[in-house]
Design a protein around this ligand. Structure first.
Ligand SMILES: Nc1ncnc2c1ncn2[C@@H]1O[C@H](COP(=O)(O)OP(=O)(O)OP(=O)(O)O)[C@@H](O)[C@H]1O
Length: 536
């Protein structure tokens, strides 16, 4: 690998051009060195990406800068001045704002109310003049940075991308000059990602400094002026995108060469393992969100579902995995009509499910990984003997998953909540894929997972397919569904607008289908052959 160019200056003394300088930061937790003598220099008016594998220490380092953690050693300098931040309020007062991955907005309140929340001394509604002033100030901010956000709109009715802009506005309203964004694209659609890049450009043009956490190489290469790579808590280099390649960056991040494309060889398919016909689901408010979907997944194939979040894929998967009963239609699994079967019965029957939300459906956060390893299998003969759980067996299983899926730190005794997001995800994926299932239903299996582990999870999914298992894969990561799937269904407003061959469709065409564009008649007739699982 060629030696990457250095993007930001070296030198030991204070540097006025640096908006942020983290100088020799070490942060220790009991038994873990999360940051080990990290030096980070961020130039004013730049976009600086912090890239690293799961558990590399990115979030911890930013939490130090934002006053959530006190460093064990080292100094935080903002605008060349050493600072001590005992709480986020101190960081905000010094002009540092943070936009978390899980937005901290109240859905039922307006944009202006959310922005004012916690920042205005008067109770909202107490003084009409405050409301006017605040809305005016927010509108001014929107004008200045070219944001199209209506201050009087209710937050819950906004798209995810717009909600993220509200979070950015909130930080700007509080006077942030440095904005830290934690994996800002994880929840965005491809179009929203493009919009975000535009926002970042506008902000830096106006002198703001951006630090964003990511483990996506493409994203760092595309939008950052400088990229600092963390590995095992240490900074292993700062590079400029122009002087490096994706491959070099991947190697710097992971410490070994990484395959950037999953290779899916043709596999002979067998009979249908899962079939759904005319599945129709109404959501909790009685609105039809899945409208008569038919699908079939055969042994030895991966059927991908691509779509912008919120187009019915979550409810479809819930109907398939037993988290909800469809209002119409049938689901058949391994020859049985399972439409009315409980989730547990489906799991016992050989269905594995990597859920969309690891917090809500995948893990019990205050439980350790041994307890989490048995979730869903408490009554299976593998772990339950004579009505009692074989805890020694469960522990072995937890340790196997931890080892195989490289969960870090490799301990089964820590509570799920003490692991980084990506490591939690690896554990859930490992637990589900190692159930020896006939069918894997995997929703965003690599969300929040770094490149090395993503490669491993992709390989495991392809192994399962080679072993003749069926895989239903839902993902908003287009490269993932495209490279892994044998057939690709595009969902829009509760219907499949197309079922296509992922090898022949371009990413642009896929983007258009996901936005609701219907395929041309010829493509459609070719596609209908594929709905029934025709050979490729
Ligand atoms: N509050 C905590 N208590 C104990 N250990 C922690 C705590 N917070 C983080 N760690 C540990 O510190 C290390 C770094 O975690 P951190 O969340 O900073 O990683 P990350 O690079 O942001 O990972 P990811 O991409 O998965 O979010 C991990 O080993 C994690 O388990």
């Amino acid at each position: 690998m060629s030696e990457p160019g250095t993007a930001t200056g070296g030198g030991a003394g204070p540097n006025e051009d640096l908006a942020v300088h983290l100088d020799g930061i070490t942060k220790r937790f009991p038994g873990v060195v999360a940051n080990d003598d990290v030096d980070l220099r961020v130039e004013r008016g730049s976009v600086h990406a912090l890239l690293g594998e799961n558990g590399a220490g990115k979030t911890t380092l930013m939490n130090v800068l934002y006053g959530l953690y006190e460093p064990t050693e080292g100094r935080v300098l903002v605008d060349g001045e050493p600072r001590q931040f005992d709480r986020p309020r101190d960081a905000i007062d010094a002009g540092v704002g943070m936009i978390h991955q899980h937005f901290m907005l109240v859905d039922t309140m307006t944009v202006a109310e959310n922005i004012a929340l916690g920042n205005e001394p008067k109770k909202w509604g107490g003084l009409a003049v405050d409301r006017d002033r605040i809305e005016r100030e927010i509108a001014d901010l929107c004008d200045r940075y070219g944001f199209s956000v209506d201050p009087s709109a209710t937050v819950g009715e906004l798209s995810v991308g717009a909600q993220q802009r509200v979070e950015i506005l909130k930080a700007l309203y509080r006077g942030a000059d440095v904005l830290i964004l934690d994996e800002p694209t994880a929840v965005l659609t491809p179009q929203e990602v493009e919009d975000l890049y535009g926002v970042l450009e506008e902000l830096t043009e106006q002198g703001k400094t951006i630090i964003f956490i990511t483990h996506k190489l493409g994203e760092a290469m595309h939008s950052a002026d400088a990229i600092t790579v963390l590995r095992d808590g240490k900074s292993v280099g700062t590079v400029a995108p122009a002087t490096t390649t994706r491959e070099d960056l991947a190697e710097l991040m992971v410490g070994r060469e990484v395959l950037l494309e999953a290779d899916s060889d043709p596999v002979e398919t067998g009979g249908a393992i899962l079939s759904a016909s005319n599945v129709t689901v109404e959501n909790d408010r009685g609105v039809e969100v899945v409208s008569g979907i038919d699908l079939e997944v055969r042994a030895g194939e991966i059927l991908g579902i691509a779509g912008v979040d919120g187009n019915g894929q979550s409810e479809l998967i819930e109907a398939i995995t037993g988290l909800r009963t469809p209002d119409e239609g049938t689901v058949r699994f391994d020859g049985d009509d399972v439409t009315d079967w409980s989730r547990r019965r489906r799991i016992d029957g050989g269905m594995a499910h990597v859920p969309e939300d690891r917090h809500e459906q995948g893990l019990v956060m205050p439980f350790d990984l041994v307890e989490n390893a048995v979730l869903g299998s408490q009554r299976s003969p593998r772990f339950a003997h004579g009505g009692r759980i074989d805890w020694a067996g469960v522990r072995d299983h937890a340790e196997d998953v931890i080892g195989t899926y490289d969960v870090r730190p490799p301990t089964a005794d820590a509570d799920a909540e003490s692991f980084s997001g990506g490591n939690q995800q690896k554990f859930v994926v490992g637990r589900e894929l190692e159930r020896d299932p006939d069918l894997v239903v995997a929703t965003h299996p690599t969300r929040g997972v770094d490149i090395g582990s993503t490669e491993f999870i992709h390989e495991r999914l392809l192994d399962l397919r080679r072993e003749g298992k069926a895989v239903l894969l839902v993902s908003s990561a287009l490269d993932e569904v495209q490279s892994l799937s044998d057939r690709l269904a595009v969902i829009y407003e509760g219907e499949f607008v197309d079922v296509t061959d992922p090898d022949t469709i371009t990413e642009e065409e896929l983007g258009l289908l996901m936005a609701g564009e219907r395929p041309s008649e010829t493509t459609k007739s070719e596609a209908s052959d594929l709905v029934e699982g025709g050979d490729r």
